[in-house]
Design a protein around this ligand. Structure first.
Ligand code: HEC
Length: 126
């Protein structure tokens, strides 16, 4: 029983740490981008496993020259903005069935907000 009480206290502590982090935190956004970094360049027009993300805000989906997109992405007709990014990052396959981006998604909306805020400050204009 004593263990159980300690465990609950620990859960509450961890939870409140996350909560302070989630309040528009650039550090959190940067940390989350760590999950994208192996596949995406943000400040360099160089494609990796995924296309570079330079100038991503306002860019048409599937439009980087020389990158081989999925059929789903290359035949799509939308642009990247806070809203489309938010939906794609939440669950890539749900947003765009057939996408080649093999990434599970970030379920927490506050985390996605932090990540998108980070992308906004870090991406270079095209
Ligand atoms: C395992 C590699 C991988 C990871 C991790 C990954 N991506 Fe991707 N990403 C891809 C690939 C591959 C595509 C191309 C998808 C397609 O053609 O359907 C893509 C496409 C994209 C696009 C569309 C770009 C365009 O030119 O239309 C965005 C935006 C994007 N990813 C953002 C992210 C973000 C933000 C993260 C981290 C939360 C992330 N990705 C994590 C591989 C990855």
């Amino acid at each position: 029983m004593k263990n159980l009480v300690m465990l609950s206290a620990l859960i509450v502590a961890v939870h409140s740490t996350n909560w302070t982090y989630a309040a528009g935190n650039n550090e959190n956004g940067k940390m989350l981008f760590g999950e994208c970094k192996s596949c995406h360049e943000l400040a360099d027009k160089e494609n990796r496993i995924g296309p570079h993300l330079v100038g991503i805000f306002g860019r048409s989906a599937g439009s980087v020259q020389g990158f081989l997109y999925s059929e789903a992405m290359s035949s799509s007709a939308f642009s990247w903005n806070e809203n489309t990014l938010d939906q794609y990052i939440a669950a890539p396959e749900n947003f765009l069935q057939g996408t080649r981006m093999h990434f599970g998604g970030i379920p927490d909306p506050e985390d996605r907000k932090d990540l998108i805020a980070f992308l906004k400050t870090e991406t270079l204009d095209e």
